[in-house]
Write a protein that binds this ligand. Structure first.
Ligand code: ACO
Length: 260
């Protein structure tokens, strides 16, 4: 366990972290509630992100049980709420923005160029759960996967960092259609929409992810990190800016290998 993290605190937040050499696996472990999410889980995810050791090159995000993640714990919208969790946010409060930024921090770290993040998705990935899969660089789906951006049906916008990757991946018209109909996308359509890099039969999900991890680890670590950082800039850059970035990245990479 990395310094600063206690496995008991993570367990209380519905999370488990294992690190084996260069691979970290973050598992949502609230299967009896289909891994429904709470503020504690989002804060726990942010703490995991802040504590990922330097040697880690791949982060796998998965959900225990039949569903990857059923999104926000709907009890948060009830009068009783979830024991120990903060109640509904007050939009008039000066803390509103910071509170949501704190939840988003649980998702933002998955873009870090130090590693490649992979969502291993079986069953439902709904709302905040779909956005968690979208926060990862790559998605491997079991053939029973069902993706749904449910927030607008609940009178909310998706605010857990998912709107940009969704538009980047499927394009604006399809993103509007998916979010405003809140329809469920099955695994085969997800592959067509490029929401899945790979779709495999359910029992093969673990081995497919393991194969992908092995292939990623076979690439030179420094080149992999520099390349992910370079690719991440491409959509926001003009061609001129991007080719300049390529030259700079190459210079930096090769300079780091100069003897002495
Ligand atoms: N919040 C709280 N509890 C949940 C949630 C959730 N999001 N999802 C499932 N659970 C609970 C159920 O209430 C049920 O509890 P119980 O055993 O005490 O009755 C248990 O998890 C199992 O759920 P089932 O519905 O029985 O499981 P099933 O596999 O049939 O269906 C599914 C799974 C499709 C995920 C269904 O539970 C569901 O629709 N959940 C709600 C999804 C949702 O609307 N999430 C909010 C998205 S918006 C956002 O994230 C901001």
């Amino acid at each position: 366990m990395p310094t600063g993290l206690q496995s008991t605190d993570l367990a209380a937040a519905g999370l488990k972290l294992t690190i084996e050499d260069t691979v970290a696996t973050v598992t949502l472990v609230r299967p009896e509630r289909r891994n429904a999410m709470t503020p504690s889980m989002w804060h726990g995810l942010a703490q995991v992100g802040a504590a990922i050791p330097e040697q880690v090159r791949v982060v796998v995000v998965r959900g225990a049980g039949p569903s990857f993640c059923a999104g926000i714990d709907l009890r948060l919208f009830t009068a009783d709420g979830v024991p120990g969790e903060q109640h509904r946010l007050d939009p008039a409060s000066p803390d509103f923005d910071d509170a949501i930024a704190g939840y988003q921090a649980g998702y933002m770290w998955l873009r870090d160029p130090r590693f490649v993040s992979i969502a291993a998705v079986q069953g439902h990935a709904i709302g905040g759960g779909f956005q968690l899969a979208l926060a990862c660089d790559l998605r491997v789906l079991a053939d029973d996967a069902k993706l749904c951006m449910k927030e607008p049906a609940l009178g909310l916008v998706p605010d857990l960092t998912g709107t940009k990757p969704l538009v980047d991946i499927v394009g604006l018209p399809r993103a509007i259609e998916l979010c405003l109909t809140t329809r469920v996308v099955g695994a085969s359509e997800a592959a067509v929409l490029r929401l899945a890099e790979l779709v495999v039969p359910g029992p093969e999900l673990d081995s497919a992810v393991a194969d992908l991890v092995a292939a990623l680890l076979a690439t030179d670590a420094t080149a992999a990190r520099a390349t992910k950082a370079l690719l991440q800039q491409a959509q926001g850059n003009t061609l001129d800016q991007q080719v300049r970035a390529e030259r700079q990245a190459q210079r930096q990479l090769l300079s780091g290998r100069q003897p002495g």
